[in-house]
Design a protein around this ligand. Sequence first.
Ligand code: PEP
Ligand code: MN
Length: 364
Amino acid sequence: MSHELDIIPATEWGFFTLPRPMCIAGPCSAETEEQVLETARGLHAFGIHVFRAGIWKPRTHPGCFEGVGTPGLKWLKKVQQTYGMKVCTEVATEKHVLECIKYGVDMIWIGARTSANPFLMQEIADALEGTDLPVLVKNPVNPDLDLWIGALERLNRAGIRKLGVIHRGFSTSAPIAYRNDPGWKIAIEMRTRYPQMTFFADPSHMAGDRKYLLELSQRAMDLGLDGLMVESHCDPSCALSDAKQQLTPRDLQTLLESLVIRDSTSDDTAYKERIDTLRARIDVIDESLLKLLKDRMDVSRSIGRYKKEHNVAILQAVRWEQVLAETVARGGELGLSEAAVSAIMTAIHDESVRVQNQILEEAE
Ligand code: PEP
Ligand code: MN
């Protein structure tokens, strides 16, 4: 099922100045008025226009620093007044939304624990009805694209059209270096389905450690995402939340300056001719692949009929294991990765079993 979304891209919200990346930066949490203003000063000094700070913090354990709450919204107002920056914060309930509207917050975002919860998403959408506040929706903590889209739909149905997404990776118990699994595949799928949607990456929550911020930010840019939301604190070592992953404004400036931003396309004629030639070759190869697949399925059908005549089961596990092992080995000799060959062969084999099952179910 396709779920249409009626979206206004962020280039039309009047917030972000090009070129890429559109950047949102600020501390994980607003802690004190001084910390908020000092961080904003450092960010404003090198051209950041959109300031983030968590006011209500969803923490794993009770008793941790859970945000300063409503008084922090006054500090955000000071950031607007002093530096002319736009400000945004995370909301998770109707009360948060109403407080943000009351204090003139320019944009809100929905956190990963909240976008995973349809009840809360509906509550937030209802509270936003009739406003045109821009909303960024982080991916849910679990890698569920439909749940993410559902959250966007609820907001869109409440009339919110200034919608964007933030990819921050997924919770995982796998032993990986990062705090969250980047799971770029889901980001690419989201990007492909809604190309008009403004797309941020949050390398801070993906990384969990400032040493991985550059590589993750670069990857987001290489994938053509529009912007970055990065946590920045005037004194990261003293931060009350997410201390390890925050950067000073100065270090953030260095990071942004070292990113290599590739154009999504190029106007150069020679480039166009060359890329068109290469794409034409790809199209021809894809066509041949389809023909080969058709031939292969025709053979599968013959095998299916033959097995049926001789009353032999479709799935021959030992034979399949052999085929897989051999193709992976031969693929390796050709420089193809084991993961790719294995995924492609498994998909082909699944289809072959399906085709043979069809034969079995056909009336005699
Ligand atoms: C945050 O941005 O500070 C935050 C809590 O992020 P997430 O919802 O991605 O964990
Ligand atoms: Mn954080």
